[in-house]
Design a binder for this molecule. Structure first.
Ligand code: SF4
Length: 328
């Protein structure tokens, strides 16, 4: 593993199994992330983004979610082979996650300051005294823009944006090396979204944290990320730098569809072009390329044969059109 690399995901596959069905949620995912870098993970609901995040945190639902192949190396350790006891030392300390909805992430009957203190007490490797932990809680509150005097209040006394700031304070309290933010601003209104994103970027730079930003919003990716991975039906279909994806001309047909379906201020558009059809049902995936029923470039080969990863101008595209590195 390269010294600067913090995360290396190799050929990762995850399934959900119940008596009624088998869901192939993640298939053959390869991703790499450097220290201090932000990766934007984009795709429609049901693409497998949250499953991928839960796998990294080892939080897949027990007895239902299973890793069926691959490895996840984080700072040299294979997270998937750690014993649960050893994983506790990683989760919340070296690896942290911000969940989608701040309204349900906090305990409603515990004061917000106590919830930040809990994570510091649990991972108290600095052997802080009670007073030092209180000082650190105050510092975290100041860092996320909440007056420390409010730390004795309960979540219901906070607005949605303020609650999300508390969740971010909890996630960053132990200065994690990797922060996974699963649609951290979806539940917030637009002005608060901008404030929270600016704050996260500033904190990330201050603490040199790497980040995976899961979002539907390509605008957020353009503003906050260095690298982009586009996910469709459990697979990464395109992966490259923000410049390669946003300024390049060669794209996976699904990424083209995503760009075509968002409004732009710099060009006059009469009509947005939505992607035809609906995302593939992960319990009943199509043969060949998983995107073929919706793809305007689909051929007989696409229906029969799953495409491999091809490197085009330094970024990866999983599509037969790019075999040999150039668009056919
Ligand atoms: Fe479309 Fe075929 Fe490429 Fe799949 S492999 S995205 S169906 S052109």
């Amino acid at each position: 593993m390269d010294e600067k690399q913090i995360l290396e995901i190799e050929n990762l596959s995850v399934e959900y199994r119940t008596d009624e069905m088998l869901v192939r949620a993640v298939n053959g995912v390869n991703l790499r992330l450097k220290r201090g870098e932000t990766l934007g993970l984009v795709g429609e609901t049901g693409a497998g983004k949250t499953t991928l995040a839960l796998t990294l945190m080892r939080l897949l639902p027990r007895g239902i979610g299973f890793v069926t192949g691959g490895s996840v190396k984080f700072d040299g350790a294979n997270l998937l082979s750690l014993r649960e006891g050893d994983m506790l030392a990683y989760r919340g300390k070296l690896l942290s996650m911000i969940f989608q909805d701040p309204m349900t992430s906090l305990n409603p009957v515990i004061p917000v300051g106590k919830q930040v203190a809990e994570v510091l007490e649990l991972h108290n490797e600095a052997h802080r005294t009670k007073e030092q932990i209180e000082e650190r809680v105050d510092e975290m509150f100041r860092l996320v823009g909440i007056p420390p005097e409010r730390k004795g209040e309960f979540p219901h006394q906070f607005s949605g944006g303020m609650k999300q700031r508390v969740v971010i304070a909890i996630a960053l309290a132990c200065e994690p090396r990797l922060l996974i933010a699963d649609e951290p601003t979806t539940a917030l209104d637009v002005t608060i979204q901008a404030q929270v994103l600016a704050m996260m970027t500033e904190l990330k730079e201050k603490l040199d944290t790497s980040m995976i930003m899961i979002t539907h919003d390509l605008g957020i990716v353009a503003e906050t990320c260095d690298q982009v991975a586009v996910m469709y039906a459990g697979e990464i279909v395109e992966n490259g730098s923000v410049e390669a994806i946003f300024e390049g001309e060669r794209h996976h047909p699904y990424t083209e569809g995503l760009f075509g379906s968002i409004p732009r201020l710099d060009i006059e558009t009469e009509r947005l072009r939505p992607i035809a059809g609906a995302i593939a049902d992960p319990s009943d995936l199509p043969s060949g390329c998983r995107f073929h029923p919706r793809c305007p470039h689909c051929t007989q080969r696409c229906k029969a044969e799953a495409p491999a990863e091809h490197v085009v101008n330094g970024h990866m595209i999983r599509c037969h059109l790019y075999e040999g590195g150039a668009k056919a």
